[in-house]
Design a protein around this ligand. Structure first.
Ligand SMILES: [Zn+2]
Length: 126
């Protein structure tokens, strides 16, 4: 029979079933949990969630939620302070050298940095 090493606890064990990868039920459960965790943290899932959220926010319910949330923030001094601080931070991240894209939109510093790091792109300063 085949001898395998359990990927969870590193003990070697004899393969009981055709598709057994772990030494015990406990280890296979841990592995299952890990893979679920990994799945939820993966880029693909995050992207899909983000896309779903973007679609949802444009629906009637989503718009109501945004309204309600911004209303709550404006009426809560602490949250409002946090929001304005976030805005300040965001402005700092914005393009400070007035680089624009083909359509004349201002680029963020991050976008400028990204473009500058790509070799075959030259930014025209306006
Ligand atoms: Zn194990």
């Amino acid at each position: 029979m085949d001898k395998l090493t359990c990927k969870i606890c590193n003990t070697s064990f004899i393969k009981l079933y055709y598709n057994s990868k772990y030494c015990s039920k406990k280890c296979s459960e841990i592995a299952k949990k890990n893979s679920i965790k990994k799945y939820h943290q993966s880029e693909e899932v995050r992207k899909r969630k983000n896309e779903y959220y973007k679609k949802w926010i444009r629906t009637k319910k989503g718009k109501e939620y945004t309204k309600k949330r911004s209303y709550l923030v404006i009426n809560d001094p602490e949250k409002y302070k946090k929001l304005s601080e976030n805005n300040k931070r965001w402005l700092k991240k914005l393009n400070t050298r007035n680089f624009r894209d083909k359509n004349g939109n201002l680029l963020t510093n991050y976008q400028v940095k990204k473009l500058q790091s790509s070799k075959n792109y030259k930014i025209k300063k306006k």
